[in-house]
Ligand binder design. Structure first.
Ligand code: FEO
Ligand code: CA
Ligand code: CA
Ligand code: CA
Length: 654
């Protein structure tokens, strides 16, 4: 989601006394006397054999960044580095089938709910390419999230484009159902033709829309728990829909992970008195009193937190989808905990158990990791099918112990289990371990997890196993403190950590700041923390890092979802953009600039790394004809995928 003032993730719901990451940084800085940014040489020593296993003639050997930087701009188009081509693909409303409902796109948004259920959804976000045979770079399943619908005001019902170019405030069941059918995920069979052009394989048996009403299953330790039961589903295992699908992940056994983020926005009440009636858990997860923004509860009872107090507990999970079986039921994996999930990045422990790193995108919320009980079985997909159903969930505690290397501090992972909840914690009483998973945020509060500046995407370096996370911003921070380098963190930063012994199973880690975003071009900023770390320059200045991912060569791709005005503190930063970084030299270059008022998010490569798919979300989100991308003319803006290729057929980023 963007950083409009209505964003619910900007509102702190964490009332615990837990320490904030900024205080940890301040102590580390105080100890060392300056904000240390590790030398390239030391980092290089840690990144043993960064290109091992990649092979091929396209493997870069010198700097990881081979392209010429793109200047910031405010244009209503996608600008990509010289020698590259950007092609719009599968915008909202693209038909997946050639006959029946939704088989044509009107161009005006006049489609019905039934049409929308068979067309590509709205507000594209996380994305992944599954090669059709595991290796193809010319045919596969493009799977993506559709996070939400853009609206103009806190009364979210004034949809910007869902019902056409004129915002439509009235809520009816049909309108709510259309919104429901425009959220969730798309599975799209795509194939390159002889002219090297990617096309949708219409009517493919793989094509599928998963919506905010698709039946799915709750699995894992919390499945069936009393807190997951509703009047409609007394088993606590059968749930309708996934929504607010933000970032994503994928597994080595060929499944897609979709991450449920701001589900709180979809729950409200019409039952008098509507002023409140929320329990401790609902408040901690950010459900607001009375009517919700989207007001779905005015039409469908399960979104009313008084009529179905447990329904919201059935959302806020990571959902595993088998894209190769359109009849398969998506599974909400309760072992991974319930919070406002941004994305999910996997790694292996040295003994081949599966680790999933995850962030909770809310001001002052936490970073988590899951470690499976069972080991991954190579080459036997079925044996891995339920790996995410049993394991341990941990939350991160960042400290400022002295590290052996050049990083800033040390940290530890604390297991979220009933016996770790201290008796002194009285804000909430956990009924059982299922409750610990359902209320993972409260469990994090109880064990003293470190409050972070809105954790967005997490990604794991392909060979070193170092983990990087975007902390997008915390503009609400106003408390000044002499050691605090960022009293108001309006630009965000990227933090990284290395697990002790290089093993993702470790219970301790060393952490560092990879880049402190900032703007050295604003008068008065140079020489201050607002200028950012030394790898932020007049050429690459950006704010609010969000999407994040390594390619297989170890290039770190950074996408922004921030202030796109180009004014004041954001001067010369232009529209939201995509940059690439070399983790060793720490150099950062802008690779692409999105159209007006968009967010750039989600990234997926074909196995040969020669096609990159990214998403442009909510172009023209401020309304008033601010964007007509991608269709131009007098058309309304549409979220869409963009295909990036190098004109010489080379690897993206070289
Ligand atoms: Fe959906 Fe935190 O971004
Ligand atoms: Ca957004
Ligand atoms: Ca964001
Ligand atoms: Ca995001």
């Amino acid at each position: 989601m963007d950083i409009k003032s209505i964003d619910s993730e900007d509102l702190p719901t964490n009332i615990s006394q837990n320490e904030h990451f900024q205080s940890v940084v301040n102590r580390a800085v105080g100890r060392r006397g300056f904000l240390k940014f590790g030398s390239g040489a030391a980092v290089a020593a840690f990144l043993a054999g960064p290109l091992a296993g990649c092979g091929g003639t396209d493997t870069p050997t010198a700097s990881l960044l081979g392209f010429k930087a793109v200047a910031a701009n405010g244009l209503d188009t996608v600008t990509v580095a010289e020698g590259y081509t950007a092609t719009t693909f599968v915008p909202w409303g693209t038909p997946l089938f050639s006959t029946g409902a939704g088989s044509t796109w009107s161009g005006t948004g006049s489609e019905t709910a039934a049409d929308q259920a068979r067309q590509v959804g709205d507000n594209h976000d996380g994305i992944h390419f599954f090669a059709i045979d595991g290796t193809s770079s010319t045919e596969g399943l493009l799977v993506m999230n559709h996070e939400y619908n853009t609206t103009l005001s806190p009364t979210f019902t004034d949809y910007l484009t869902l019902f056409g170019p004129t915002p439509a405030p009235a809520n009816t069941l049909e309108r709510v159902n259309k919104a429901i059918n425009s959220w969730g995920c798309s599975v799209i069979h795509i194939k390159k033709d002889n002219a090297n052009k990617w096309n949708v394989v219409k009517d493919s048996a793989y094509n599928r829309r998963i919506t905010a009403a698709t039946p799915m299953q709750l699995t894992g330790p919390a499945a069936g728990d009393a807190k997951l039961q509703t009047s409609v589903d007394t088993t606590g295992t059968e749930v309708l829909g996934t929504f607010n699908n933000c970032g994503n992940g994928f597994t080595p056994w060929g499944t897609y992970l979709t991450c449920e983020e701001n589900f709180n926005n979809n729950f409200g009440t019409t039952v008098a008195p509507t002023e409140d009636g929320r329990n401790v858990s609902m408040k901690r997860y950010g459900i607001t009193a009375g009517t919700s923004g989207y007001a779905w509860e005015t039409q469908i009872d399960r979104f009313d937190y008084k009529k179905e107090p447990n329904e919201s507990n059935r959302h806020g999970w990571i959902v595993e989808i088998d894209p190769f079986d359109a009849t398969s039921k998506p599974k909400k994996r309760t072992a991974l905990g319930r919070f406002k999930h941004e994305n999910a990045a996997y790694a292996f422990t040295k003994d081949k158990r599966v680790v999933v790193y995850m962030g909770d995108d809310q001001v002052n919320d936490y970073i988590y990791k899951f470690i499976s009980t069972e080991k991954y079985v190579e080459g036997n997909q079925r044996a891995n099918a339920n790996l995410l159903d049993s394991g341990k969930l941990y939350v991160a505690k960042f400290g400022n112990g002295v590290t052996a290397g050049d990083f800033m501090g040390t940290g530890e992972w604390v297991e979220l289990k009933l016996s770790n909840i201290p008796g002194s914690y009285t804000a909430y009483t956990f009924a059982n371990q299922a409750d610990v998973l359902i209320n993972a945020r409260l469990a994090g509060d109880a064990v003293g997890a470190t409050k972070m500046d809105r954790p967005e995407w997490v990604t794991v370096h392909p060979t070193s196993g170092e983990v990087y996370v975007t902390l997008t911003n915390n503009s609400g921070r106003t408390t000044a403190d002499e050691a605090n380098p960022r009293t108001s963190n309006i630009y965000g930063q990227i933090v990284r950590w290395r697990e002790t012994g290089g093993d993702a199973a470790a219970m301790t880690f060393d952490w560092d700041i990879f880049v402190l975003a900032g703007n050295p071009t604003v008068p008065g900023n140079p020489g201050t923390t607002k200028a950012g770390s030394s790898n932020v320059t007049a050429d690459n200045t950006f704010n609010s890092p969000d999407g994040l991912g390594f390619d297989k060569f170890g290039r770190l791709w950074i996408q922004t979802d921030g202030n796109h005005t180009g004014l004041g503190n954001y001067a010369n930063q232009g529209n939201n953009s995509m940059l690439a970084a070399d983790p060793v030299s720490k150099e950062i270059r802008r690779f692409l600039v999105g159209p007006k008022q968009c967010e750039v998010t989600g990234l997926a490569f074909t196995p040969d790394s020669k096609t990159l798919f990214i998403n442009i979300q909510h172009p023209g989100e401020n309304g008033n004809g601010g964007s007509t991308w991608p269709d131009g003319g007098t058309n309304m803006p549409r979220s869409a995928t963009v295909i990036i290729t190098k004109n010489d057929g080379g690897v993206i980023g070289t």
